[in-house]
Design a binder for this molecule. Structure first.
Ligand code: GLC
Length: 708
């Protein structure tokens, strides 16, 4: 009998349930008020893991309670949302997705794991890989965007980064891939609202990234708060047991979201705590985060025969196995250095941040800011806002260690007079500061207008029904534009913002998201030409909130959108096309694609397609092009999306240089979930398309034939 089987055999019922109980600590609050009594819970064995605690001394003190004062001396899992950094804060995931660079995604996760582990953390509630296509939903900020293939690549890269090659290593933490099941499809973008997607959409869009994370070895999975078609994921055996543990062969730990098991009663599917506990355990939830429903409800559930000892013990074994895989049973103090986590990666944070910036428009050549500029006005509430730059999930990040736009510009342009006025607050409707801001603009050569959202206006609980500038920032922006000086707009936000009036008037607009610890230096690098912007949008950018949800992978409709055609899939008052397509992003360079080749043209299911395309840098600036390889399946048993992303490649080219990019695309990649939702590969014609965005009018295309 192995060590963990012996531990299990030794456990009382209370100690078994304790291993499934994750209690909230105090250093961050990420849910409804947490029950107290943490230390006593650890001593008594009622608490087997903790979240929202970091710092070696604090973590080791709690581990010592478990190891020296509890009966079975089982160490604790210590979990934290190190979503996009720990002490070094990287750009929010939606911004990092703009790099389309799995190697970098993995590197930032590796760095984050090392810093979090230095603070005693051994499990993170990341990566978040929910496909998000509705910018009203605040958690789009935490997502890798709208595309299932990108979300899958992101899931794999982050899982491998957090966990490294050895989960026992002092610099590795267990990944918890979240939030299983279509959370990004909440009704009307409203947080925690019902999700009512088809089984097909669930399997085509929302599940692939979780299957990829499982294949990459994610140690844990966190289900979403929501119910899908009336069945809360927290109690969804079809999804957690049959699909996740059955079809995907996941043998890790399933950790509920914060208080989610207790909330089965609010969902209206559990009459009392015992029923809620039984539903969750039977569905496959191993750990109850912060609700104490297992502690308070499982004894009665077992007594009432709502759940069996076997299900309880299976969950306990999975939790003990994770603790063993993490090395906790051998070296419970192995994570957590005396000095704790330092900020170890400013250079990497700056590099990633500047690559995350997306140049959305440049109507007049105002970039890069010339070195002989002598007077700049930085205007707007986001110009000097260190806390906001860290984004909505920045647990151990410190605003005082964050470089603001104002600081970054002053450092980059030491001989330039750079004055600042916020003009207005981000959200308050109080325009009295606008005149003073306008006065600064009148004497400046150039205005850098910093507007957008506070970090709290996205992330969890951050749904917005509007996609405009909060407060009276529009009044400020229009007053600034009316002065007539060159205006560069920096948009800080956790989502695309529908600002056609701004894109029409400003000289240049950049999406700067929330770029993290090195935000100001990264922005200055782009504005001064130190770095040629290369970020590309991982989401489709709407003209109007009414277009949401909006994404490139639409199905064609029997009456495809046709401008001016009333009886087509469009609107009377807004074009059906986006403000900016998926993949959009300008730079100081301009690239032309040519000579797309696909071979062979007739293939069998086991073949691969060799795709190649020429790329030319037509500009006088070296830069990086991002090329997207899409497929289309114009005639199939199921109506297929107009485009499906299959691969991405970046290529750096010097001024005037030419290059080529190739892909080796297995025909199997053209499969899709058939009528029974199992992968099918149907003979017929397929389109292969390459472009710099999902704008179908700009794609190079060729055709291949799959024979039976
Ligand atoms: C929150 C979030 C989840 C997070 C958890 C712990 O409610 O939904 O993403 O990991 O609680 O903080």
């Amino acid at each position: 009998m192995g060590r963990i089987d012996r531990l299990l055999a030794d456990m009382s019922l209370g100690e078994k349930i304790g291993q499934l109980n994750m209690a909230a600590s105090y250093r961050a609050v990420t849910g409804p008020a947490a029950p107290d009594g943490l230390e006593e819970g650890v001593r008594s064995g009622r608490v087997g893991s903790v979240l929202n605690l970091w710092g070696s001394a604090e973590v080791h003190a709690l581990q010592r309670l478990a190891l020296e004062e509890s009966r079975l001396r089982i160490p604790l899992l210590v979990g934290l949302d190190a979503m996009h950094g720990h002490r070094t804060i990287f750009p929010i995931p939606l911004a990092e997705a703009c790099l389309f660079d799995p190697d970098t995604w993995r590197e930032t996760a590796r760095t984050t794991a090392a810093e979090a582990a230095a603070d005693g953390v051994n499990l993170t509630f990341a990566p978040m890989v929910d496909v998000a296509r509705d910018p009203r939903w605040g958690r789009i900020a935490e997502s890798p965007g709208e595309d299932p293939w990108v979300a899958s690549e992101f899931a794999v890269a982050k899982t491998r980064g957090f966990q490294g090659s050895d989960l026992r290593a002092a610099g590795s933490v267990a990944a918890t891939t979240k939030h299983l099941g279509a959370y990004g499809a909440v009704t009307a973008g409203r947080e925690y609202a019902s999700v009512d997607v088809s089984e097909r959409t669930l399997h085509e869009v929302h599940l692939p990234a979780f299957a990829a994370a499982v294949a990459a070895g994610t140690a844990a999975i966190m289900p979403a708060f929501v119910e899908i078609a009336g069945v809360p994921v927290t109690a969804n055996g079809a999804l957690l047991r049959d699909w996740l543990r059955g079809r995907c062969a996941f043998d890790g730990v399933v950790i509920s979201d914060y208080n989610a098991i207790a909330e089965l009663r609010a969902h209206g599917v559990a009459a009392d705590t015992a029923e809620a506990a039984a539903l969750a355990l039977r569905a496959g939830i191993d750990i109850d985060m912060a609700s104490e429903t297992y502690v308070r409800g499982l004894p009665a559930a077992l007594q009432r025969g709502l759940v069996g000892q076997a299900e309880l013990e299976a969950s306990v074994l999975r939790v003990l196995r994770l603790k063993e895989r993490l090395g906790l049973l051998d070296d419970p103090y192995g994570r957590g250095t005396a000095a704790g986590a330092a900020m170890t990666a400013r250079p990497l944070a700056r590099e990633v941040a500047r690559r995350a910036v997306v140049l959305l428009t440049q109507r007049r050549k105002v970039l890069p800011i010339s070195a002989d500029t002598r007077h700049i006005a930085v205007i707007g509430p986001l110009g000097s806002a260190p806390r906001e730059m860290l984004g909505p999930w920045a647990a151990a990040g410190r605003p005082e260690e964050t470089v603001t736009t104002l600081e970054g510009l002053r450092t980059a342009l030491p001989h330039c007079r750079i004055e600042f006025s916020p003009g207005v607050a981000t959200a308050a409707v109080d325009p009295h500061g606008i005149p003073a801001a306008i006065e600064l603009c009148r004497t400046a050569q150039l205005v850098v207008l910093c507007v957008g959202e506070d970090a709290s206006m996205s992330g969890e609980g951050g749904s917005r029904a509007e996609l405009g500038l909060p407060g009276c920032q529009r009044a400020l922006a229009e007053a600034v534009l009316d002065v007539g000086k060159p205006v560069i707009v920096l948009l800080s936000s956790g989502r695309p913002l529908a600002l056609p009036w701004l894109f029409e008037r400003a000289d240049a607009v950049l999406a700067t998201w929330f770029l993290g610890s090195e935000a100001g230096h990264a922005i200055a690098d782009v504005l001064t030409g130190e770095f040629n912007p290369s970020g590309r949008l991982p989401v489709t950018w709407p003209r109007h909130v009414g277009q949401a949800p909006i994404f490139y992978g639409q199905r064609p409709s029997g009456r495809p959108a046709k401008a001016g055609e009333r009886l087509s899939s469009t609107y009377l008052d807004v074009p059906a096309t986006p403000q900016f397509p998926f993949g959009h992003g300008l730079s100081s360079s301009s690239f032309t694609l040519c000579d797309l080749r696909c071979a062979p043209h007739v293939l069998r299911a086991t073949d691969s397609i060799e795709v190649s395309v020429g790329v030319r840098n037509d500009s006088a600036s070296g830069g990086e092009a991002t090329l997207f390889l899409f497929s289309s399946d114009p005639l199939a048993s199921i109506s297929r999306p107009l485009l499906e992303l299959k691969a991405v490649r970046r290529i750096a080219l010097a001024a005037g240089a030419r290059g080529s990019v190739g892909w080796h695309l297995p025909v199997a990649a053209l499969a899709f979930p058939g009528a029974q939702l199992a992968p099918v590969l149907e003979p017929g014609r397929f389109g292969i398309h390459v472009g710099q965005s999902a704008d179908r009018e700009q794609l190079l295309s060729c055709e291949i034939e799959l024979t039976a």
